[in-house]
Design a protein around this ligand. Sequence first.
Ligand SMILES: [Zn+2]
Ligand SMILES: [Zn+2]
Length: 469
Amino acid sequence: MDPTDLIIARPEGLYCPPGDFYIDPWRPVERAVITHAHSDHARTGHAHYLAHTLSEGTLRTRLGADIHLQTLDYGAAIDHHGVKLSLHPAGHVLGSAQVRLEYRGEVWVASGDYKTEPDGTCAPFEPVSCHTFITESTFGLPIYRWPTQPVLFAEINDWWRRNADEGRASVLLCYAFGKAQRILHGVDASIGPIVVHGAVEPLNAVYRAAGVALPPTLRVTDPEVSPQLLKRALVLAPPSAQGTPWMRRFGNYSDAFASGWMQLRGTRRRRGVDRGFVMSDHADWPGLQKAIKGTGAERVFVTHGSVAVLVRWLTENGLQAQGFKTEYGDEDVADANSPPADVLSNGASGESPPPDLPPEGGGATSRAAADDLSPSPPGGGATSRATADDLSSSPPGGGATSRATADDLSPSPPGGGATSRATADDLSSSPPGGGATSRATADDLSPSPPGGGPGWGPAADTDDQAEPA
Ligand SMILES: [Zn+2]
Ligand SMILES: [Zn+2]
């Protein structure tokens, strides 16, 4: 670590020493900049929050309507203890942001979670020039290559249409915040009615309030929802609904799971679903490379996912790269590991990892079994460096004895299961859009007095951004 580093890893989270604030901290702190409202990045207990304007609805729904929250639009900047801070689109979920910090001519960007392909439900990812880039690496292995949006939705529509023609409901398990709204936005709603689980609808309301076009959705309790209607319906439910009594009403349904982890055959097998759709809100391997290159950064810190593999790739490509130990997980995994809704509502914590979780760091240093390298989709050729060779040599520090199958790679990045909470149920108890209209108190907005005050700093001049060398 360099004493002039703008962001360092502390036990509480990523910390900016000159600004005296944290980014997505996992322990309670005085000031937290939140990149997005997924549960592993946005936690309760911070005294002051700063996030993008479009994260307000989800943050207040999830963390409480009365949190001290100040919001910023993309590109607007504030000055906090001399650090200029601004938020930039991350293309991950509604309101997701990269955090740009500038101090004495040095520019750092912390990505949070990001996805490089635009999906129509949130502002597309924008590369931000910087000297140092802090990137996620949830899917930082060469085997991860996502189908394009049109290919993905053609597959989902075909599956739904065939089921509808055969008089069977299509139950698609997907994370309730982000993924469900992407599916709603992207499917061909003329195929049949769409029914959503109670955990999904409050988030639909937040997206609709933000102007994102979603087709009409029904709840199973709506009077027009009949057994006859369900035979043609697409049903969106969080993975935690799998195997619960809630599913019984759909009779002889076909089920599917939408997740980046579906690229691995082992995951699909273990989930026990008819279909797996490869769909992620994170960058795939080519996306990570393109995004990192797009920043022009000379130094890269890797926070979560396949840290060692990406660090090694970056180092081989002439960048200064190292891992940052964080407690971020993956929302798909967090949800998949949760007990069913009825268990959670009885007070169980839902924090125990499943028995097949790898040890901490297992995913990053593991070798993938050769047969799991095969499912790469077509079209990955041009930028592809994905060969068995890339995976088979251990990354620096990785033990030659640590060998894992792709099954081990799929379930969880370090800390995922243990630290993440099931958000689907957190969300379902609050009214739709609850708190979305509340505003930050005047106190939050006032410029910070010298030496640090209760809130965040005043607006900074955005036209004055130093260009990194
Ligand atoms: Zn996320
Ligand atoms: Zn994350």
